[in-house]
Design a protein around this ligand. Structure first.
Ligand code: ZN
Length: 210
């Protein structure tokens, strides 16, 4: 049984991480002048009235918006010894997810919930939001984003167990194509005790339920 009943994607944990060539950062720094020229050309080709007052600066704003969506600050993974003997779940809910689907370059937005059962070390709480942002601000799929957050935290924190749930709306699905307005996609992955131990699996599911 998957931990969340609406899970649509069963992630295969036997796969090697990360998959090469996928979900990578931009290979070069953005060339804003070139991007602005290209955005101008794209908008003109689409018949947009760029001569109008309100659209004169649109190519530059469009480029700035994409550059922001696709640029993240690296995260320093500050961990602390788990000295108090706290031995229950740590759950961080409703972390904002703002990403761009790699197939259409349209946004997908939602929230991530992360739960982990600490091992010898704990992670500063702000680092969870930063980790989500780091992996979200690049061309992504929701499945890979979920997997990468879990993999990164698992390898830096070495917890007894960790799980990640992402719920998001994909504008490429709700604004175009099938126009499934309001449709949300839920992905989840769990490792260690949160995957293998029925008690912790249930606790993870309950703690991250919408
Ligand atoms: Zn898409």
């Amino acid at each position: 049984m998957p931990p969340i009943d609406m899970t649509i994607t069963a992630l295969d944990h036997t796969r090697a991480h990360p998959r090469p060539g996928l979900g990578e950062l931009a290979t070069t720094r953005p060339d804003l002048d070139r991007a602005e020229r290209a955005a101008t050309e794209l908008l003109l080709a689409l018949g947009m009235p760029l001569g109008q007052e309100g659209m004169r600066r649109t190519p530059a704003r469009m480029v700035a918006a994409y550059a922001e969506l696709l640029t993240a600050e690296p995260v320093t993974m500050t961990t602390f010894p788990a000295e108090t003997g706290y031995a229950d779940l740590v759950v961080v809910r409703d972390l904002p997810v703002r990403s761009v689907c790699e197939h259409h370059m349209l946004p997908f937005v939602g929230v991530a919930h992360i739960a982990y059962l600490p091992g010898a070390r704990i992670l500063g709480l702000s680092k969870f939001a930063r980790t989500v942002e780091w992996f979200a601000r690049r061309p992504q799929t929701q499945e890979r984003l979920t997997d990468q957050i879990a993999e990164h935290l698992d390898s830096h924190l070495d917890p007894v167990g960790i799980g990640v749930v992402v719920t998001a709306e994909h504008f490429c699905m709700t604004l175009r194509g099938v126009r499934a307005a309001g449709a949300r996609t839920i992905t989840s992955t769990a490792r260690g005790a949160l995957r293998e131990d029925p008690h912790w699996r249930d606790r993870f599911a309950a703690a991250t339920r919408g």
